[in-house]
Design a protein around this ligand. Structure first.
Ligand code: ADP
Ligand code: MG
Length: 493
């Protein structure tokens, strides 16, 4: 039996080797609701000794367990069952996700629906990972076999807690890997709720282990652990760099989905209404806590002043509210730390540019980490608010003269996750698409993310791709097998 999710004192435990277990130190940490600033749950803090236990369990499940040897059909069935469980419990998971992260419930429901879709997609893909026959000599058969990479360490952020976990869990499971998941310390709850179903859906013990804790004391030991073969990380560019350095000691495979300062480019000939909405949606969806947020809004000079005015007018109508209010379009940001960070950028922005709307804390809330949707304009691309990822509801609007200048400004950033271009001129739009150095480029939209299509960054926005068939590739090794067909193959002596 898996035991109880919570300890006698009510703290969520660690999930290791198919069981709920206590951590070794007895330390716990609190989880808060950002809308009320109130305590929500207590979670056991995993440190290096606990991470080691989890990795040992995953290693044993990989080296001696049934999971990598199961038929792809069997793995697919278990992934489908997990997806069905997520659908059945969608309302519950969405509520916990909304309360814990601050995002509006309507969006949380969308996120959890996408989680189910991810598991369904990779359940289907599990049976479609073929090898190859390589065209070598007539006297041999050369095969390429696709094999699971081994034990994967999965480290995820707080902006889409269960969704970012599922982007990694589902392809890793489809590939036949075993794993240790470390959710973000701010938002550990939905992954724990899901872990409670692993046994019921038929995942063997040790295949997925869940440890919660902080970056330095829990994430870092997972990255450094010699028995881990691969790290998949979503988070800040700064931590991504430290992970790459640490992983170098054991030459682990590393995939990283990091920060961005994505340009959302508007030409004068674009549909007006769609453009204003697209500029706002691109940056204010999920409170701007989106790695692909359209945080630099580039607008052609011909329409620039009208555009800024129209955006500012409409931004004032965006409904901020508590996560469980179905009318809320924006909730609070995730934590006090994030609130302070974003507010400090509001102060920086006021010295660097002009404010078109927002710029502070909305007055109607006594509590909660709410921040007004804020639009800075006349921003120079060299300003800090145009260069540094803020990860909050803060837009920097930058004017441009022509196509060439738009491309130059768009690419003038160390990042390269996403970009969008709005125009009715297909020649111009596609020329710009080809010139942008970014992993995802939208035309006349911003933010749609498709389970079936690749996601990841150029430049300092990351390494590798998630989603679609690309996602599973990152959890596979390739073995070349040479089968000699010549009965006297050597004939050398
Ligand atoms: P943020 O600062 O916005 O929380 P981070 O990149 O710090 O973004 O966090 C993303 C995830 O990475 C979280 O799960 C966090 O605990 C983890 N993390 C932070 N620092 C490290 C580290 N040095 N090594 C491994 N994981 C880390
Ligand atoms: Mg951090």
């Amino acid at each position: 039996m898996g035991g109880s999710m919570k300890s006698a004192t009510g703290a969520y435990q660690l999930y290791i080797d198919g069981k709920w277990v206590a951590n070794s130190s007895g330390k716990t940490f609190p989880v808060y609701e950002p809308a009320t600033e109130e305590w929500m749950a207590e979670v056991m803090e995993a440190e290096s000794a606990d991470v080691d236990r989890a990795v040992q369990a995953a290693r044993k499940a990989f080296d001696h367990g049934e999971w990598p040897k199961k038929t792809p059909q069997d793995r697919a069935q278990i992934l489908f069952k997990l997806a069905a469980k997520v659908r059945e419990q969608l309302a519950m998971l969405a509520e916990v996700e909304a309360l814990n992260s601050g995002k509006p419930i309507v969006e949380a429901e969308g996120d959890i629906g996408a989680v189910a879709e991810i598991f369904e997609y990779y359940a289907g893909l599990a049976t479609k990972i073929p090898g190859m026959v390589n065209p070598v000599s007539a006297n041999a058969l050369s095969l390429s076999l696709r094999e699971p990479i081994g034990v994967a360490g999965l480290i995820v952020p707080w902006n889409y807690p269960l969704l970012m976990a599922s982007w990694k869990l589902a392809p890793a499971l489809a590939a036949g890997c075993t794993m240790v998941l470390k959710p973000a310390e701010q938002t550990p709850l939905t992954a724990l709720l899901m872990a409670d179903w692993f046994e019921e859906v038929g995942l063997p013990p040790g295949v997925v282990n869940v440890v919660n804790g902080f970056g330095e004391s829990c994430g870092a030991p997972l990255v450094a652990h010699p028995l881990v073969d691969k790290i998949a990380f979503t988070g800040s560019t700064e931590v991504g760099k430290s992970i790459t350095k640490s992983a170098a000691n054991t030459l682990k495979r590393v995939t990283l989905e990091l920060g961005g300062k994505s340009p959302n480019i508007f030409f004068a000939d674009a549909d007006w209404e769609a453009s204003i909405d697209g500029a706002l949606f691109g940056i204010f969806i999920n409170q701007g806590e989106v790695c692909s947020a359209g945080s630099r809004i580039l607008v052609e000079k011909k329409i620039y002043s009208k555009f800024v005015e129209a955006m500012a007018e409409k931004a004032k109508t965006i409904k901020l509210g508590p996560p469980m209010d179905r009318a809320s379009k924006m909730g609070p940001v995730v934590s006090k730390e994030q609130y302070d960070r974003v507010v400090s950028y509001l102060e920086v922005g006021k010295t660097e540019a002009k404010v078109a709307s927002g710029g502070g804390r909305p007055s109607q809330f006594a509590k909660g980490y709410y921040i007004e949707p804020t639009i800075f304009y006349d921003v120079d691309n060299s300003a800090r608010i145009a260069r540094e990822e803020i990860f909050g509801p803060v837009a920097a609007v930058i004017p441009f003269e022509n196509e060439g200048e738009a491309i130059r400004i768009a690419n003038d950033t160390p990042y390269g996750l996403a970009a969008a271009v709005w125009s009715r001129d297909i020649y111009k739009a596609f020329r710009v698409v080809k010139s942008l150095r970014a992993g995802i480029v939208w035309v006349n939209h911003m933010q749609p993310t498709c389970t079936e299509a690749p996601w990841g960054g150029y430049k300092q926005s990351g390494v590798g791709r998630e989603l679609g068939p690309w996602g599973v590739e990152e959890y596979l090794e390739t073995k070349q097998v040479y089968i000699n067909l010549d009965e006297k193959p050597i004939g050398w002596y």
